[in-house]
Design a binder for this molecule. Structure first.
Ligand SMILES: [Fe+2]
Ligand SMILES: [Fe+2]
Length: 230
């Protein structure tokens, strides 16, 4: 994945860099808040390390689209998709009074870390081929469509196993690592959709349902927009 925007994109939309950075920083601040809340209830957690693990993922995904063509295929697309998954998963968990505040902060932390790592493998399974926006007005980086293709890793491993491996590489062994790892592997819910295991925790269900909502709503919005302009 690229680590900076090509000059022709900045020439066409000089605000692209700033908008991308703002989006990235906002997502990071949200996660830092959830980490802080969990650490106040669970002092054994390593706050600085968790923030660094979150930062690594969020900075890494900035130039990756959300999919190869169905949803969030614009500059900052994976950041947008990840933000939607994170926000919806936290909202879903808030609706359930079964957990105590301490438990809730833990479950939300699991959901947050799983949300930001769940599709991180796409940074290795997608290859950006270009930014295909000629002719259309650009008001935001969402108006800068990314053309991308699958890498060899897409065919041989798929993004779930890579996302899981990336989380494993950064997380310290322990309960949090296991619960987040499970939610990452379960986020497609069914084996025929690519998950080796179904969700078996509140956080894993919340991330899966939030992912499904983000993907399907974006996909339908794409279709309606394309039909309008056909
Ligand atoms: Fe996924
Ligand atoms: Fe996803």
């Amino acid at each position: 994945m690229p680590t900076e925007l090509p000059p022709y994109v900045l020439f066409a939309f000089p605000g692209a860099d700033n908008e991308l950075a703002t989006k990235r920083d906002k997502l990071f601040r949200t996660v830092v808040g959830l980490i802080g809340d969990a650490c106040s209830h669970h002092p054994a957690l390593n706050r600085a390390r968790l923030e660094e693990v979150a930062r690594l993922a969020i900075w890494q995904m900035a130039f990756t689209p959300g999919s190869l063509g169905k949803h969030h295929c614009w500059l900052g697309g994976l950041l947008d998709h990840t933000g939607e998954v994170l926000g919806s998963a936290i909202d879903l968990l808030r609706l359930h009074p079964e957990t105590t505040p301490g438990q809730l902060s833990w479950v939300r932390l699991v959901a947050a870390m799983a949300a930001i790592y769940h599709d991180l493998g796409k940074t290795a399974t997608y290859e950006v081929l270009g930014y295909n926006f000629r002719g259309s007005p650009i008001n935001s980086i969402r108006d800068i469509p990314i053309t991308c293709g699958p890498t060899e890793l897409h065919r041989t491993h798929g993004h779930l196993s890579l996302s899981y491996a990336m989380w494993e590489a950064e997380s310290a062994p322990g309960q949090l690592s296991v619960e987040v790892g499970h939610a990452i592997l379960a986020h497609h819910q069914l084996r025929e959709w690519g998950s080796p295991v179904s969700p078996q925790s509140p956080a894993a269900w919340a991330v899966h349902l939030a992912d499904m909502a983000s993907v399907n709503i974006s996909e339908q919005a794409y279709k309606q927009r394309d039909a309008k302009h056909a």
